[in-house]
Write a protein that binds this ligand. Sequence first.
Ligand code: NAP
Length: 279
Amino acid sequence: MSALILDGKALAKSREQKLHTAVEMLTANGSRKPVLATILVGNDPASATYVQMKVNACGRVGIGSMRVDMPQSTTTEGLLEVIDRLNNDADVCGILLQHPVPEQIDERACFDAIAIEKDVDGVTTQGFGLMSMGEDAFGSATPAGIMTLLEHYDIDLSGKHAVVVGRSPILGKPMAAMLLNANATVTICHSRTKDLATLISQADIVVGAVGQPELIKAAWIKDGAVVVDAGYHPGGIGDIEKIGLEQRVAALTPVPGGVGPMTINALISQTLASAERRG
Ligand code: NAP
């Protein structure tokens, strides 16, 4: 068996062409240009790179960006003031608060201050609740991008056993809810889970979202599984060890070029959707 490569980079590129056309049509019909506001707090170089990649993607499809860069010493109150201003700025149709923020900030309070109609990164408690209930809501960008990737490659989820490793509010939890909504049988694993290897060996679909390089071992994964790796570490290493997997699993996301581009694509797709709703 040679695994189907779930090529997020190629899919994101082809979707960007369609998004570009859709943005042109929107503005040609007299609507305002969509604008994504990005908020970067602090000096983390990786976060700065992620924000720049998102701004670049907006530029490629014709979505405007409004950058707000705030110092490391920013307080919760200071950040809430900025979010309030952006919520009330009619030009802004989406708000991205780059995670993580410095530790003195109440990140949950700040995420939840984002107006639901501008929550294009899918980080609010309300958005999570609506999505979990199968109601209309923007999904958390990384799992939403993963679902688009799985759908594009016709990966059958119904009745399959999906094991999600990680339960963070922006990734593991919403991923599990989306897979459940797609009729998978879902197991969520975390740092207190006992015998991760046995649980993973039962998975038809494995999602690695742990943030630790190659924590999930190739030997734990059964033949014919679908392997989704959300992790990215220096040297192009993911959260899942890949040795020998390509020869025996059904499908697999490359690192890089799998989940990462689809995360950005979900963000800009949802920004356009917000602009279309605004009119
Ligand atoms: P996070 O907030 O640090 O959450 C990590 C999760 O992994 C937690 O739920 C934690 O469990 C669990 N975990 C840690 N050690 C474990 C272990 N030994 N066994 C089982 N579970 C364990 O990370 P995150 O923000 O969700 O990100 C996860 C990964 O995805 C990272 O590699 C990150 O770089 C990547 N990511 C990629 C994108 C993208 O666009 N490609 C976007 C976001 C994140 P507890 O809850 O018990 O602590």
